[in-house]
Design a protein around this ligand. Structure first.
Ligand SMILES: NC(=O)c1ccc[n+]([C@@H]2O[C@H](COP(=O)([O-])OP(=O)(O)OC[C@H]3O[C@@H](n4cnc5c(N)ncnc54)[C@H](O)[C@@H]3O)[C@@H](O)[C@H]2O)c1
Ligand SMILES: [Zn+2]
Length: 492
């Protein structure tokens, strides 16, 4: 790492944060048990300079957070109710989105039977691609605009739910171009000032939490990176969360989508506190969905993390373990609410070029005709290194996370929090789960690709701005940090 005076100053600050002199509180934390909540309520002025973020002081920081509640119905067999939901809304014609793989699964069959039973007509779109790229999103949008459904029903993983969200959005804006609503700086991030058609989302992976969020992700091939649209208007009207649906996932789809849950929880819990985000919005409409960690999202993120740690290995190992599948699906929904209101940061920022630039890697159980790094894999592959990097900003939070992995942290020094959490994540990925790629190099990348991977991550400001240690710093330093994380994550 290049030694500049800023870096030196930052390293001193990080060391002080990790190991404060006696009597110095960091972020107002005085005890392990109450630290998280005290920190969230400690006014900025008391937190002092050099604590957790490195933002310049000249912009007004945020003072509020908003919990945008998600409407969720959970239970085994609850998919059979979906026809009644449309009937109750007096909607008689819907678009059903799914992918070809899922057409013969109980999830789709049960939902279609329910529509038939309630007299709801439907048009079926089953051409959703795994981890959709621009052409498949455009195809779905054209289909939606041609069919003009009164509502949408998405039955599938994140790929299906996200594609349905975008078809719905662009049906409601018939003249809009794809990039009009895509996150800045890649797209124009135009506001969405009308209600979209009702969307009911039925997840079949225990994964993305897309049934709870206003996010839709796709691969912008021309930029070789994933991007998306993040707006509360995209949030499904209802998520029907039915463990009978996710139980049919193949083992490695369970593992990859479950690692996404792990990272949603860890990243949202360790994101900068909402009070450190800038700028403070001048209109509440402009307050982003990804707000930074906050006391309500924390509750969801921590419980999502606990459930993923306890149940993901069991769910992957035993297709008959319904208790594990049920708790894993619940965990993915909880983590969705957590990150949907707090945001994610570096693992996700780096994941977009890691999956977008892949030209050779295929993953077991993903039957695609093109190379694919599944989203959860692309996210988790840097996780041990990312949390080593972010730990000095808030060692207590990182130790709390490590304790959920079963580590006895009572005698761990604050400056070791990152190492300890990184080891716990590695043990989870490589011992408790099977066949996980051990580092970025295992995905077919060469060291000479690092700078292009960094180039692909830097425009993901929406998520990187929530990362402790990256929030508010100059681009050159962001690059330096991402490069060192990728080098550290090269091979475990
Ligand atoms: N909107 C959000 O908030 C959000 C969050 C995270 C990720 N994502 C995006 O979601 C996508 C990944 O979604 P995913 O991980 O849910 O997987 P996916 O939707 O891509 O599905 C992966 C594969 O598993 C199959 N599958 C899914 N459920 C199955 C089941 N129950 N039985 C048998 N096969 C099944 C699918 O047919 C597909 O082949 C990525 O594009 C990612 O970027 C979105
Ligand atoms: Zn994710």
């Amino acid at each position: 790492m290049v030694k500049t005076s800023t870096n030196l100053a930052r390293n001193v600050l990080r060391t002080i944060q990790a190991n404060p002199p006696p009597g110095l509180e960091v972020n107002g934390i005085t005890s392990h048990n109450f630290g998280a909540y005290q920190r969230a309520f400690t006014p900025m002025v008391m937190q002092g300079a050099g604590h957790r973020n490195y933002a310049s002081d000249h912009k007004e920081t945020e003072y509020a957070f908003q919990m945008a509640a998600s409407n969720i119905r959970y239970g085994p067999g609850v998919t059979a109710e979906v026809g009644y939901d449309f009937k109750n809304m007096r909607i008689d014609r819907v678009a059903v989105f799914t992918d070809k793989n899922l057409l013969n699964t109980p999830a789709v069959k049960t939902a279609l039977q329910s529509l038939d039973k309630c007299g709801i007509k439907y048009d079926l779109y089953s051409d959703v691609c795994v981890e959709p790229k621009e052409p498949s999103v455009l195809d779905a949008i054209a289909w939606g605009r041609a069919k003009q459904p009164k509502a949408y029903l998405a039955i599938g993983g994140g790929s299906v739910m996200d594609t349905a969200k975008m078809a719905n959005l662009y049906q409601c804006f018939p003249d809009a171009e794809l990039l009009d609503f895509v996150n800045a700086p890649i797209g124009k991030a135009q506001p969405i000032d009308i209600d979209l058609k009702p969307l009911i989302a039925v997840p079949t992976t225990a994964g993305t939490g897309s049934e709870t969020t206003g996010t839709a992700i796709f691969d912008l091939v021309s930029r070789k990176a994933k991007t998306g649209i993040a707006n509360r208007a995209l949030k499904p009207l209802l998520g029907i969360v039915d463990p009978l649906n996710s139980a049919t996932m193949p083992e490695q789809v369970k593992a990859a989508s479950g690692l996404d849950v792990l990272c949603h929880s860890l990243e949202s819990y360790t994101a900068i506190p909402y009070q450190q985000r800038t700028p403070r919005p001048s209109n509440p409409n402009m307050r982003p969905a990804y707000q930074g960690s906050n006391p309500i999202a924390d509750i969801f993120s921590l419980e999502g993390l606990r459930l993923a740690i306890e149940y993901l290995p069991r769910s992957c190992a035993d297709p008959e373990d319904m208790e594990a599948h049920s708790n894993m699906l619940l965990g993915s929904t909880l983590a969705g609410v957590g990150f949907g209101n707090a945001g994610v940061h570096i693992c996700h920022g780096l994941s977009y070029p890691i999956s977008g630039m892949n030209t050779s890697y295929y993953h077991p159980d993903y039957h695609t005709d093109h190379p694919l790094v599944p989203h959860g894999i692309s996210v988790a592959v840097t996780a041990p290194s990312v949390f080593k990097f972010t730990a000095p900003s808030d060692p207590e939070r990182h130790l709390k996370a490590a304790s959920l992995f079963g580590v006895d942290v009572s005698n761990v020094k604050r400056e070791s929090a990152g190492e300890v959490l990184a080891e716990a994540i590695q043990e989870f990925m490589f011992t408790k789960l099977k066949h996980q790629p051990r580092g970025v190099s295992a995905l077919g990348y060469k060291r000479s690709d690092i700078s292009a991977l960094v180039d692909g991550a830097v425009p993901q400001r929406r998520v990187l701005d929530l990362a402790p240690g990256i929030h508010g710093v100059e681009e050159a330093e962001v690059r330096e940090a991402l490069t060192s994380i990728l080098e550290d994550a090269w091979e475990y």
